[in-house]
Design a protein. Structure first.
Length: 343
């Protein structure tokens, strides 16, 4: 791939991060529609991986959060990803948290965001997925679901069931996001009692949906990096008990140890990028020790090079996902990671 991103990045980094994000995706769409991407993007060599009954063309995916509403599926699919995860989507539309709500920390190759599940609602997202050429041609699209901010945490299971019902028919897999730090009390769902109740409700709903559609869609759970070993082991055991198909490790961190002295380092929200790499990998290792080969792990957090991706798979991940690394390295990171992981 022509490394044009290294020339564009300084200009983008002069803009507000959320505005730069939107401009980048809009221009990516234009480049796709004009047929430019196929000339400047090096597609990864085929490297099929069978995970949870899905055959992934390569093990490098897009993490949730970059395309919350499924507005850029075709352009992102053209960058060589083996799969895309869209969302987080909620049953009803919501604006998210007040702006500014995204901050770059270039000295640490990091981002802090407190977006707050801003999205157009699950129905609008499902319609966009259906219209996308990537999905229509068999591309793997996972849907990441969450609860609305206005829904009391005690009623969160209702939102997750509603969202799952809405995405079930079109999703290659469904990810249950209980680990964003940007929706009040959401991470309480990782505690045993609430998690057991949530997984029980989702299990029952999936059984009904499986009967209705004649297919059992894989269900993933995304967890935080800020868990101790006992919590991780407990979650792993519950996932096996309720038949969850895979776990995504990890979401953003609330820790500021690595960035507290940097500009924006004390902003509230989830920290992603290089500072979360070690904690994410540690969670993957802990999960692998507990789960063995009983449950696949998708590794995400701080992947800014092919070597970082290899570190995740060496720790026990079957697949990896990228987000913040794309902001700092550009689209060429996709093929670099795929090449590093090529068997």
């Amino acid at each position: 791939m022509i490394d044009s991103y290294s020339f564009i990045r300084p200009w983008l980094f002069c803009l507000d991060p959320e505005r730069a994000h939107n401009i980048t995706l809009s221009n990516l769409d234009r480049a796709y529609r004009c047929g430019l991407l196929e000339h400047i993007v090096t597609q990864p060599a085929p490297d099929k991986r069978a995970v949870c009954g899905i055959t992934f063309p390569n093990p490098v995916g897009l993490a949730a959060g970059l395309d919350k509403d499924g507005k850029h599926i075709d352009a992102l699919g053209a960058l060589g990803f083996g799969f895309l995860e869209i969302g987080t989507v909620t049953p009803k539309p919501q604006p998210g948290n007040p702006k500014p709500r995204m901050f770059r920390l270039p000295q640490a190759n990091a981002i802090i965001n407190r977006m707050g599940f801003n999205n157009d609602g699950v129905d609008a997202c499902v319609a966009r997925v259906r219209r996308s050429g990537f999905w229509q041609s068999g591309g793997i699209v996972g849907l990441n679901i969450g609860k609305n901010a206005s829904t009391p945490i005690e009623e969160a299971a209702n939102d997750y069931v509603l969202a799952m019902q809405a995405v079930y028919e079109i999703a290659s897999y469904i990810t249950v996001n209980i680990s964003s730090p940007n929706t009040q009390n959401l991470r309480a769902l990782q505690e045993e009692g609430m998690l057991r109740s949530l997984l029980g409700n989702l299990d029952l709903a999936r059984e009904a949906l499986s009967d209705h559609f004649g297919v059992r869609k894989p269900l993933f759970l995304k967890i935080a990096p800020d868990l101790d070993q006992a919590d991780i082991n407990l979650i792993a055991d519950l996932l096996l008990e309720f038949g969850i198909d895979a776990i995504i490790a990890t979401n953003t961190t609330t820790s500021r140890t690595a960035v507290e002295n940097l500009t924006h380092g004390k902003e509230t929200g989830g920290l992603s990028g290089a500072p979360v790499r070690e904690s994410s990998t540690h969670v993957i290792k802990t999960l692998k020790a507990r789960l063995g080969n009983d449950l696949p792990i998708i590794g995400v957090g701080g992947i800014l090079s092919g070597q970082d991706a290899l570190e995740k798979t060496a720790a026990g991940a079957s697949l990896v996902q990228l987000y913040s690394g794309l902001i700092y390295r550009g689209p060429g990171l996709v093929s670099e990671c795929a090449k590093a992981l090529k068997r």
